[in-house]
Design a binder for this molecule. Structure first.
Ligand SMILES: NC(=O)c1ccc[n+]([C@@H]2O[C@H](COP(=O)([O-])OP(=O)(O)OC[C@H]3O[C@@H](n4cnc5c(N)ncnc54)[C@H](OP(=O)(O)O)[C@@H]3O)[C@@H](O)[C@H]2O)c1
Length: 243
């Protein structure tokens, strides 16, 4: 059991959605300190707990990253949750939307791993937990740029896992299906709450699961992919064509 009790954790995008729920779940797990970061501190909820230290951080902003990493040298668990989603297909979507999601989800998360790998090595055993997505395994065409950015992040996460394996840093991927957050506010699917999902994510991190699929829809999609990758592509084909 890799307990989170008494650990120092940094969580990005902690002001809402899954990030906010991860802060609450980490407090319940008995974390010693949580750096809850967000690009706009005015949007940060009051967690009403002195273990939470709020910090301003846009993961695409290198000077903010340097400032934050200089004052968080005790981090033992880095949770890269921040992410963006622009709707659009590969052929019809705005190129600016594809670029934006790639800059945030792929390059922004790589920035974070680079800024914190030396800190995590000095505090080993330590962890990186990257919130990726089930669409890393197969793209959903309506969110094609986002899917590509998450596939790229999945690849980067697996590379980092190998690169850091002998430095005492365990690297996890988290690949949810659909969770009830602002990111899905246009969807009428039945989705689980981020609070329940955050608890499942942290339970599985504690259990040492490397590749975590925390929700039922995600598990069904992952199982289809595992059986035969074209099966998940088929599910997304049917969703895209409304079949
Ligand atoms: N919801 C789902 O179904 C689902 C499924 C699979 C994966 N995920 C992933 O889960 C993570 C959390 O998503 P969510 O569902 O909680 O969505 P959300 O409610 O839209 O929250 C996204 C969070 O990311 C932050 N963010 C975006 N760009 C940022 C940047 N450049 N620097 C720092 N923070 C930034 C947002 O901050 P602002 O408030 O400042 O915008 C917000 O806190 C994302 O990585 C998402 O891709 C979600």
């Amino acid at each position: 059991m890799n307990t989170l009790k008494d650990k120092v954790i940094l969580i990005t995008g902690a002001n809402r959605g899954i990030g906010k729920s991860l802060v609450k779940a980490a407090l319940e797990k008995g974390a010693a300190k949580i750096y809850a970061t967000s690009r706009n501190l005015n949007t940060m909820p009051d967690f009403a707990d002195q273990r939470v230290v709020t910090l301003k951080l846009d993961i695409t902003n290198n000077s903010q990253l340097s400032e934050v990493s200089a004052i968080t040298k005790d981090v033992q668990i880095l949770i890269n949750n921040a992410g963006s989603l622009n709707n659009g297909t590969i052929l019809g979507g705005e190129i600016s939307g594809l670029e934006y999601d790639m800059r945030t989800n792929y390059l922004g998360t790589i920035n974070m791993m680079r800024a914190f790998s030396a800190i995590l090595e000095s505090n080993a055993p330590s962890k990186i937990v990257n919130i990726v997505s089930i669409v890393a395994y197969s793209p959903l065409p309506t969110i094609a740029g986002y899917s590509a950015s998450k596939a790229a992040l999945f690849s980067a996460t697996l590379s980092a896992r190998t690169e850091l394996a002998k430095k005492g840093i365990t690297v996890h991927t988290v690949n949810p299906g659909a969770i009830d957050t602002d990111m899905n506010k246009e969807s009428d699917w039945e989705m689980p709450s981020p609070d329940g999902i955050a608890k499942i994510i942290l339970d599985q991190v504690e259990n040492g699961e490397l590749d975590i699929v925390p929700d039922l829809m995600g598990i069904q999609m992952f199982n289809a992919w595992k059986e035969e990758p074209s099966k998940l592509a088929g599910i997304f084909h049917d969703i895209y064509h409304g079949e």
